[in-house]
Design a protein around this ligand. Structure first.
Ligand code: FES
Length: 134
């Protein structure tokens, strides 16, 4: 199997079997919802930060394979990291996890996950999450 097919298989696997999927038990330190206005896809990310380290992560939502797989991959990546390390995460880190070239439209899908993490740790205000709207 070539490298590209391997990455595509991994994306599919994360999409079909998302890691850290669901709702985090309390206490939840950071809860953030992001959505892509172009397609309506959304992510709700929850993190528990203890002693400045991410102890647990859960996410839910719906969307295309790239948006959900990227969040699944990133969720594994961020457990154990400090808040400062989360602030340092770059677009390229998410692209490296996915490992395949993306069109500009797909880039938005991939970066929805990073947006949720960044906006969450920086405490960007947002409207209340409607838990029924899934
Ligand atoms: Fe909606 Fe990818 S098509 S996030």
């Amino acid at each position: 199997m070539d490298a590209m097919s391997m990455y595509q298989e991994q994306i599919l696997d994360h999409y079909q079997n998302p890691r850290n999927h669901g709702t985090l038990d309390e206490p939840v330190t950071i809860r953030r919802e992001e959505y892509n206005p172009l397609c309506g896809d959304r992510l709700v990310l929850e993190m528990r930060v203890v002693d400045d380290k991410v102890e647990a992560v859960r996410f839910r939502g719906h969307g295309c394979a790239i948006s959900q797989a990227a969040m699944s991959m990133l969720s594994e990546e961020i457990v154990g990291k400090s808040v400062d390390e989360l602030k340092q995460l770059q677009k390229q880190d998410v692209l490296d996890l996915l490992g395949i070239p993306l069109s500009p439209a797909r880039l938005k899908c991939a970066l929805l996950s990073l947006k949720a993490v960044k906006a969450g740790v920086y405490g960007v205000p947002q409207y209340d999450i409607d838990e029924d709207d899934e």
